[in-house]
Design a protein around this ligand. Structure first.
Ligand SMILES: C[S@@+](CC[C@H](N)C(=O)[O-])C[C@H]1O[C@@H](n2cnc3c(N)ncnc32)[C@H](O)[C@@H]1O
Length: 217
């Protein structure tokens, strides 16, 4: 469990989520068996809802892992035409590519192998939704780099921002995670204080941060 919500609340919500079928079910099972961290089930439902309501055409993802979230995002709304997802580990990217092929998504989802920050520096096209889910200690850097890629009225979503409860409760902090915790806390404070953006932290899954740029209304 994630230390964000009471276990009984999480279990209740997860119990309501329709059971996965087909290859997505196999991907979840693979992730569990092989300790690959993928989007929490209740976060998945929340993001599917957002995509369905907001209807993005183009999505940029940092942190592909086995290609689970990108597969879910593509199927969340007919509006989604294209996803670019960045992964540093070649072995993960290879698994993700095979998963996308099995789901017939490889024409619409591009996997770029490399460090997300370095790749971002060379991406100039715009996206309606940017999902940040790579190295937790680099979120503020990713955010600053990705701003140039955000479409007008686009949304940036960051997963795991409450990081197993460590961000809000010092007693939960594991020593070797201190740098990540400090950086995430700084990022959350900076975003909340920045008048150019509107943001909200949702205590679901491992904590989801939603950010929008204030546009002229
Ligand atoms: C939480 S997992 C992504 C899960 C995936 N978004 C999902 O929900 O199905 C984070 C991934 O980011 C990758 N990663 C870590 N540091 C990275 C970096 N600097 N650049 C790109 N990817 C990175 C890891 O190898 C890992 O596969």
């Amino acid at each position: 469990m994630t230390n964000i919500n009471y276990d009984y609340i999480e279990n209740y919500i997860r119990g309501l989520v329709p059971k996965k079928e087909g290859h997505l079910k196999e991907m979840r099972e693979y992730a569990l068996e092989n300790h690959v961290p993928i989007v929490e089930e209740e976060t998945e439902e929340f993001l599917k809802f957002l995509i369905y309501m907001k209807k993005p055409k183009r999505i940029l993802e940092l942190g592909t892992a086995i290609g689970y979230s990108s597969s879910v995002f593509f199927n969340a709304s007919k509006s989604v035409e294209y996803i670019k997802t960045i992964e540093i580990r070649e072995d993960m990217a290879e698994i993700a590519k095979k998963n996308h092929e099995k789901l017939n998504l490889n024409e619409n989802i591009d996997i770029v192998i490399g460090d997300a920050a370095e790749v971002l520096e060379n991406i100039n096209e715009k996206y309606d939704m940017i999902f940040i889910d790579a190295a937790k200690g680099q979120y503020e850097k990713y955010f600053n780099l990705a701003l140039k890629n955000l479409e007008k009225n686009g949304i940036i979503i960051c997963d795991n921002v409450l990081f197993k409860g460590m961000i809000a409760n010092q007693e939960l902090v594991i020593r070797r995670k201190i740098t990540i915790v400090k950086r995430l806390r700084k990022f959350l404070k900076d975003i909340e204080e920045n008048q150019d953006f509107i943001s909200s932290i949702i205590p679901i899954g491992d904590g989801v941060l939603l950010i929008g740029r204030k546009e002229d209304e």
